[in-house]
Structures are given as C-alpha cells and as structure tokens.
Design a protein. Sequence first.
Length: 314
Amino acid sequence: MSSEKGNSLPLLLHKKTIVIDVCYSYHRPAIGGMNKTSQREDNSEKLIYIKMRRDVDTMKYQEVFKRKEIKYLLSEEQFEGLLPTLEKYLKVDAYGKSRINNIYFDTPDYRLIQTSLEKPVYKEKLRLRTYGETVNNTNAFIEIKKKFDGIVYKRRISAPYSEAIKYMTGQREKLEESQIAEEIASFIDYYQNLRPAMIIGYDRVAMAGIEDKNLRVTFDTNITWRTDAIDLRAGSYGKQIIEEGQCLMELKVKDAIPLEIVRKMNELGIYQISFSKYGRAYVSMVTESAARVVAAADTQTVHHRNQKGEVAYA
C-alpha cells in the first residue's frame, strides 16, 4: 500500500508489551486422527480455565485468549474503501506498524501442517515469535496455537530469544515453571522430533475496538517465507506469499461483527477465505520442490537416434 494512503495508519509507537495467553488442558487426538464426531465428543472433556498473572515491572498479563479469527484477502482498492468504515469502530493500536517474525516447528515429514491442511475440527501449531529486529536479548514468545471447531486458542511464554531458541532446539532445560510451560513441554514430548521448519514474517498494522474491546482487526503485508537460515537473527527476508498490493485482513472477534462493517464488506466484494500463512508457504515449497525434480530429470534426458535416424529419449 502506498505511503500516502497509509497516513491513517501511523508508525509503530513504543509502549510496554501486553502479553495475552490462553492455557487449557485437553486430550490430544491419538496418532492417525479422529473423525469430526469423536472430536466434538472430546470437547466435552476439555477443561478450560483462567490463569491470570500481573507482573508490575514488565506489565505482563496472562489470561484466557479465545476468539474467532476470520480472514479476507483485500486489494488496495478494497482496503481503501473499507478503512473509513472500520475507523468508526476501531483505531490503530499502540504498536502501530510492526514486523512480526515466526519460526514454525514441525516434524521432518511436516506432519503438523499436513494435518492442518486437511481442515480437521481440531488442529495445532507451535511457533517462536519476535517483533522487529531480532538479537540475542530480544523478547521472544514460544506460542501454541490451537483451533477447535472454528475457535482459536493461544497461549505463550516469553524469554530472551537466545534462550528460547536453545530450549526449542533441545539445548537447555525448561524456561520457567508454569502451566503454559508444562503444556509446551508436553507438546514437544508428544511429537518427539520437532525441529525448526520454516520462517514466516510479515508487516502488521493492528486496530483495536474503540468501544468493543474484544473487536480487533489486523492487516498483514509483505508476507515472506524461507527454509534456509532458520534463525530470526539472520534478518527478515524470503519469498512472497501474496501479490504486491494485496493485504491479508483478519477480523478477531468474540461475538458479532458490527453490521455496518459487514454491509460495507459486501458492497466492496470482500468475502471470507481460508488462509494459513504456513499452509500457503508449505504448498509453495512442495510445488517448487516438485518443479526442481522435473527440471533435473529433463536435464538428465539422454538424446540418441534409433536405427531409423529418429531422435529418441532415454
């Protein structure tokens, strides 16, 4: 989006970080998955509880974080057409525009993302996240993201990046004693051979509800992925996931979207899509890998002539 058109979305403001987490106990499906019926029945055994902690020095909060996340892919024209309506209900939050960097962890055969792409009722991901330029002492977040029956649950713990990446790669013991830390340890133990699989980064502008504090909208641009140099200290670069001029909008709500916003979106032809950054990047990776295999096979084709003098291929 052009800088002129982005004037209503100010640059990042430096404020203390508020960390929102969710933690709950659940029964993870057995290897091989389960059908929708059994997954819904399993929900009755899910224990959801609140864990809230305030650290006065760091202004760090932890609480249940549960909401719907509805995604839309917008053109620049759609963004500009929708923004005035959004600004009646939301304002750019204290962080303004920021660069978000993520390492996604997966098994060597990409079991987590392959399961996610099958669109099961229940799915989960594990990632390490930082904001802005990453160095050893940058505050990093180890985050579990789960989606059950359309509702997203997240919880996370934080530590300096150098310590967080050591823990996630098996080079040190647990970072802290907490319920969330126990769940992360359980996640890692369950999948056993998790490893850094991919880096995904993007520029984000976030808006928060003026009256409805549960209403939140984010706009992501310059979404990139890479599988080389999987260390956030190596910088933010990679291959693009969406086209230039597009942005991924996410409406994050607990209840309903204001009717005026819904009507404006319909007027502009903005409709909900299924979009996973890690999923899109994984599909691109597999497609590129297959193309390289075909290209390599073509270069190894041996041309020769048969007895009739015709060109044949071996």
